[in-house]
Design a protein around this ligand. Structure first.
Ligand code: CAA
Length: 257
């Protein structure tokens, strides 16, 4: 399927999605939002696709929500339109996906990256929540996800000063899982995605669901949730195959059930 603001290609079981609004440093307007929701829904529904990589350009992953589109809107416009509301659909994606970030990931761009299961950053990546400089604040989950990722001190620092955080600091602060040279970003992200795509698919979904539960529940309930999902995944054919393959010293042949 073609999208106005995204370039999408499939590489085996991996979907590669690139933001494609270079004239606005991939700023997120309504069209990008609509395209992203449709693209992620198509990925989630396609049984042949097992992992997705979302990336931008060398200069910008995405430089935020589209400021020009928001410039003339007041409280009532934003409130009545429930501006940004569709983005929950991206976070509802059940299958794994990775954000591969080079250059600017600011405001909504940083917020979309933080919706990913994990972020791989180029050494050129710059993360920030500079909304305060526009007289506003994060509106797509940034104050919540950034705080959960890096803790209160750094999240307050980022939101209140609007400063950018470079890739090394982002790795130290656990905002990103790895930093790689910019020239290797896409290869590294696609390699990670291919590795995930080669895993037993039910186990991939279960692992993702478990980790995400840690953000929504307390430890005791999270551990019960984990135990029940663990019990459940033990009933899959791929569990029998995985353990048999280990004992027989061969790779597993997954059936996806
Ligand atoms: N919205 C709309 N257009 C944007 C944009 C944005 N967020 N970011 C960049 N652009 C446009 C610029 O207006 C410019 O367009 P023109 O050539 O038509 O003027 C083009 O992209 C290139 O940008 P610059 O000339 O500014 O490039 P630069 O290299 O000098 O600076 C930058 C790069 C530091 C990222 C700078 O563009 C910038 O500060 N952008 C805005 C970042 C920002 O404030 N993001 C937060 C937005 S609010 C938000 O996201 C709310 C939320 O939580 C959901």
């Amino acid at each position: 399927m073609d999208y106005e603001t995204l370039l999408v290609e499939q590489q085996g079981a991996v979907t590669l999605v690139r933001f494609n609004r270079p004239q606005a440093l991939n700023a997120l307007n309504q069209q990008v939002l609509d395209d992203l929701i449709a693209c992620f829904a198509a990925y989630d529904a396609d049984p042949g696709q097992r992992c997705l990589v979302l990336t931008g350009s060398e200069k910008a992953f995405a430089a935020g929500a589209d400021i020009k589109g928001m410039q003339g809107k007041g409280f009532s416009d934003m409130y009545l339109e429930n501006f940004f509301q569709g983005f929950e659909k991206v976070t509802a994606t059940r299958k794994p996906w990775i954000a591969a970030v080079a250059g600017f990931a600011l405001g909504g761009g940083c917020e979309v990256a933080m919706m990913a299961d994990f972020i791989i950053a180029a050494d050129t990546a710059k993360f920030g929540q500079p909304e305060i400089k526009l007289g506003v604040a994060p509106g797509m989950g940034g104050s919540q996800r950034l705080t959960r990722a890096v803790g209160k001190a750094k999240a307050m620092d980022m939101c209140l000063t609007g400063r950018m955080m470079g890739a090394e600091e982002a790795e130290r602060a656990s905002l990103v899982s790895r930093v790689v040279p910019a020239a290797d970003l896409l290869d590294e992200a696609l390699k990670a995605a291919q590795d995930i795509a080669a895993m037993p698919p039910v186990a991939a979904l279960v692992n993702k669901e478990m980790v995400n539960a840690a953000f929504e529940t307390n430890l005791a309930m999270g551990i019960v949730f984990e135990r029940r999902l663990f019990n459940g995944v033990c009933a899959t054919e791929d569990k029998i195959e995985g353990m048999t393959a280990f004992v027989e010293k061969r790779p597993g042949n997954w059936v996806g059930r």
